[in-house]
Design a protein around this ligand. Structure first.
Ligand SMILES: Nc1ncnc2c1ncn2[C@@H]1O[C@H](COP(=O)(O)OP(=O)(O)OP(=O)(O)O)[C@@H](O)[C@H]1O
Ligand SMILES: [Zn+2]
Length: 460
């Protein structure tokens, strides 16, 4: 079973094999925990979970490391402006540490609700200050670092292939640079260590050989990834917005310290968009997973929606599409409930499914294989076993789903409607059905008694 993945470094599909043995090291850039994650951020983590499950399908053990950025991510990529954590603290009046704890928990709750497999390790920037200082010291010894009034900066002019990941045109950039330069020598130079501003007590700050302060955002990821996965590991992931700055800078740092590009494969997920634009916290207009839940949708319906687009294609969020995903998910669950246990998975269908996911995680086509199975002619117990085997990758938790029993007030409405029908009070019966449906339940008249099922809600 072949697996090929699109590597942003070569900008091509490459056959995947682990660097050594059957274990894959995988590092994913995690959230900056100054606010709730939005469903755009979560799309990236769903993609990474699908990658992880696909690797497992191919028989690999995956060491999945995800960081939590709790210090050093500034509001601007130009290395000026406030730390997002300190800004969040000012906004809410809580300490930066309390904010980090609260939003980390909220993020991990979203993670579990989307049935994302728990990583082998969550690592926090604030708990790896020594590793970051050690890497900056190595870069300084090798002449990659200069000092300005507000911090230490990486000298990108020292690296002829700086920005290769983004195919950066450095000459064009220098001519057209409009970013705030501060004391920087070049627009592409970036902070490795920032000094605490004079006279202002930061909540998160540490001593370093260069003065009290805090690490830049990019150094946390290259330092923690190398520490937990080794200085040359298999796959590094993130959203596509990280290509130009964050990942280019991780690579620059790591190359200065260890002479390679950190990971053999670099994979990037495309955006979830809202209207024309990337869904973005910074832009203020964003939906949380809880927003979807408040509108009557399950988190797994959002997961299903993510499966319908290839991870390298943008996905435009749409409430009708989410409702469609919810009802498709429900049809799969109902099928699993209906079909008898005890069958054996169909090898040909699994091979077809495996070929699609092995082709750079083509989940839309893999889902089509699942639907051909559902509508096809195989025995029902075979279908059940096959679909559940595929769910190891789809992650829809189909085996665990149980129909929800209707609460007593809905059962009472259904009984009253039965009585109205028996009495031929048709208008009353219709009104009772409307009330049942408005409460989120669907009523089907069965042979003996009506069946109540939870409705996937349409629209917002
Ligand atoms: N609209 C989006 N669609 C898909 N992935 C996204 C989107 N926005 C951000 N990401 C990804 O989410 C992950 C977490 O990003 P991070 O927490 O740094 O976001 P942020 O910079 O705080 O938020 P924002 O970019 O919305 O202001 C990263 O991998 C990032 O690339
Ligand atoms: Zn990162």
């Amino acid at each position: 079973m072949a697996l090929q993945l699109y590597d942003s470094w070569t900008r091509s599909l490459r056959p995947f094999t682990p660097i050594s043995g059957d274990t894959v090291g995988m590092y994913c850039c995690g959230p900056t925990v100054y606010d709730y994650a939005h469903i755009g951020n979560l799309r990236s983590y769903v993609f990474e979970d699908l990658l992880r499950r696909t690797l497992a399908w191919h028989g690999y053990a995956v060491r999945h490391v995800v960081n939590i950025t709790d210090v050093g991510h500034l509001v601007s990529d130009g290395d000026d402006g406030e730390d997002k954590m300190e800004k969040g603290s000012r906004r809410s009046g809580e300490s930066a540490w309390d904010i980090a704890a609260r939003y980390s928990r909220a993020f991990q709750d979203d993670w579990a609700a989307l049935n994302l497999l728990p990583p082998a390790l969550w690592c926090r920037a604030s708990e790896h200050i020594d590793a970051q200082i050690a890497d900056v010291a190595t870069m300084a010894e090798r002449g990659y670092v200069y000092r300005t009034a507000d911090g230490l900066y990486f000298d990108t002019a020292r690296q002829p292939d700086y920005g290769y990941l983004a195919r950066l045109d450095r000459s064009g950039l220098a001519a057209g640079a409009r970013v705030a330069m501060g004391g920087k020598r070049s627009a592409t130079d970036f902070a490795l260590w920032k000094f605490s501003p004079p006279g202002i007590k930061r909540q998160m700050e540490w001593d370093s050989p260069w003065g009290r302060g805090f690490p830049g955002w990019h150094i946390e990821c290259s330092a923690m990834a190398a520490r937990h996965l080794g200085t040359w590991f298999d796959i590094h992931c993130g959203g596509e917005d990280h290509v130009a700055v964050h990942h280019s800078n991780e690579i620059a740092q790591h190359q200065a310290c260890h002479g390679n590009r950190l990971a053999n494969f670099w994979l990037h997920g495309a955006f979830l968009t809202l209207g024309e634009d990337k869904m973005s916290k910074s832009a203020g207009d964003f939906l949380r997973l809880q927003t979807l839940v408040d509108a009557g949708h399950e988190p797994l319906a959002y997961r299903y929606l993510c499966l319908t687009a290839h991870y390298r294609s943008p996905l435009a969020f749409d409430w009708d599409a989410l409702a469609g995903a919810a009802s498709a998910l429900q049809r799969l669950r109902d099928a699993v409930q209906r079909w008898p246990q005890g069958g054996t998975a169909d090898a040909a269908t699994l091979a077809a499914f495996g070929a699609e996911i092995g082709d750079d995680l083509n989940l839309p086509r893999a889902l089509a294989v699942a639907w051909r199975l559902v509508r096809g002619e195989l025995a029902d117990d075979t279908k059940r076993a096959t679909l559940l085997a595929m769910d190891a990758v789809l992650g829809l938790d189909l085996a665990a789903w149980q129909p929800q029993a209707a609460p007593p007030d809905i059962v009472a409405l259904a009984a009253a409607r039965q009585q109205a029908r028996a009495d031929k009070r048709w208008a009353d019966a219709d009104a009772l059905r409307t009330r049942i449906e408005a409460a989120g339940w669907q009523l089907e008249d069965g042979a003996d008694r009506p069946r109540l099922t939870r409705r996937a809600r349409a629209g917002h």
